[in-house]
Design a protein around this ligand. Structure first.
Ligand code: FE2
Ligand code: FE2
Length: 226
């Protein structure tokens, strides 16, 4: 327990100092405008940043937090489908896909844990229960990802553990997209969601890519002791 506490305090000491910008985003979200449910935000109105057009021309790039997270979900679910379609004996292919799944989930849950969830928890206290349940679902995914990271694709339980990970994360994504993200969309202004999305975009390059990195381990430990 003493060693565990020592590890924990090291993680806390190394906590990234990203909160200043988050707080300023939070302050802007609170003071600049009331929630979207009270006053719909119109693109082009004063202080409203219009979305930039991408190089593809027909698709808008957006820093809207929910749009960014849903894009991640789409990529993650594609990897899930590829794994499920790979076939029983496609050991190498499935191993490569699980490596990509672990990386995608490690980045995604980190950005949600460190940026999206704390912001929602502060700005929309009514969603506290949804956020806490989501932290726990992330923790289950973290544990499974950590175990899979240490396994070989040829291990007896590799496919079964991946299947359980896919089932759990699919359920979690469905809840986010169908249950509480719509409440977040209704409760926060477009500007606030863009601020939160910009914070996540800034943080993406620094996010851990493997469960063995200290910032990923810290997330797993936080879920137990915080
Ligand atoms: Fe999530
Ligand atoms: Fe998510």
């Amino acid at each position: 327990m003493r060693a565990f506490n020592a590890v924990s305090s090291r993680f806390h000491a190394a906590r990234p100092r990203h909160t200043t910008r988050l707080r300023s985003a939070r302050a802007r979200g609170r003071s600049a405008s009331p929630p979207a449910s009270d006053r719909p935000t119109i693109v082009g109105e004063k202080n409203e940043r219009p979305p930039a057009r991408s190089s593809q021309g027909d698709r808008f790039m957006s820093s809207d937090a929910i749009v960014l997270l849903k894009d991640d979900h789409k990529r993650i679910k594609k990897l899930f489908r590829d794994f499920q379609a790979a076939g029983e004996n496609a050991t190498k292919t499935k191993g490569d896909l699980v490596t990509k799944i672990i990386e995608a989930l490690t980045v995604h849950t980190y950005l949600e844990n460190e940026v999206m969830y704390p912001e929602v928890r502060t700005l929309l206290p009514d969603l506290e229960e949804d956020v806490l349940e989501s932290y726990e679902e992330h923790h289950v995914a973290d544990v499974l990802c950590t175990e899979l990271f240490a396994m070989q694709p040829s291990d007896e339980r590799f496919d079964a553990k991946t299947t359980v990970l896919i089932e759990n994360v699919t359920h979690h994504i469905d809840e986010e997209e169908n249950d509480w993200f719509p409440k977040v969309r209704a409760g926060l202004s477009r500007k606030t969601l863009q601020d939160i999305g910009a914070q996540m975009a800034d943080m993406r390059d620094k996010a851990p890519r493997s469960p063995a990195q200290p910032s990923a381990l810290k997330k797993t430990v936080d879920a137990i002791i915080r």
